[in-house]
Unconditional design. Structure first.
Length: 236
């Protein structure tokens, strides 16, 4: 049946051309979201290959993590920033799954995923999830899970309240703002395990720190963190 679907896709693409989200070139079969050229030219951090990388250092003295990695750098005008914007605000759910899956192959190939037991996305507030209809971090976790074969669970880490926008706050206020915002629903599901918490972007690290704190309350647990992008200079 797959060739019939292919014919259908090709027929449909006569009317709705599939374009690369970054350069608007026509996508060929096998390409999703981005053309191969744009995909290959995206700036990569390679943090998964570097112990004590910049992102890991950002959490030193704040919370205990085993490893941290991010696919790309989140700069003004950077390709990953445009992609994440479309993922969050244009309903492009396919971007989250595709980039998560692609990054998962990279991570698995390097051994980064080796002793990870469960992938857990950073939860959205219920209000925002209702507005958007989906949690972009859960889509990324789904993609990571597909390529690494590590299961993901989006019912373990939950948001307990609604936080205000963090953009105009200082670090201390931000931390105060997210502290106690997350909780673990089923501690027995993660006790004794190595959890990988996944988000779309890590900028201040305060949301991720609060998630790590919440999960660590369980005890007898290891935590690592991953994101599609991180700020060049983490504003700590
Ligand atoms: Zn392109």
């Amino acid at each position: 049946m797959s060739h019939i679907k292919d014919i259908g896709d090709d027929f449909l693409s006569l009317f709705l051309p599939r374009l690369c989200l970054a350069c608007r070139a026509h996508l060929v079969r096998g390409e999703e979201v981005l053309c191969m050229e744009c995909l290959l030219s995206m700036a990569r951090t390679d943090f998964h290959l570097k112990r004590d990388n910049m992102l890991e250092q950002a959490f030193w003295g704040r919370c205990r993590i085993e490893r941290a990695a991010a696919f790309s750098i989140y700069n003004r005008g950077s390709r990953i920033r445009r992609l994440i914007h479309s993922l969050k605000y244009d309903g492009r759910k396919d971007i989250g799954v595709m980039l998560g899956q692609m990054y998962g192959y990279t991570l698995a190939g390097s051994g980064f995923m080796d002793d990870i037991d469960i992938i857990v996305p950073v939860p959205l507030s219920s209000g925002r999830q209702r507005e958007r209809g989906y949690n972009q971090s859960a889509l990324i976790a789904e993609g990571l899970s597909a390529s690494t074969r590590v299961p993901f669970r989006n019912d373990i880490l939950i948001r307990t309240g609604r936080s205000e926008s963090q953009t105009r706050r200082g670090r201390y206020e931000r931390w105060e703002n997210v502290e106690g915002l997350f909780a673990v629903r089923d501690p027995s599901a993660i006790r004794g395990k190595h959890i990988l918490i996944a988000d779309d972007v890590i900028t201040t690290g305060s949301t991720m720190e609060a998630c790590v704190d919440a999960v660590s309350q369980t005890g007898d647990i290891k935590v690592s963190v991953v994101a599609l992008a991180t700020a060049q200079k983490l504003t700590l």
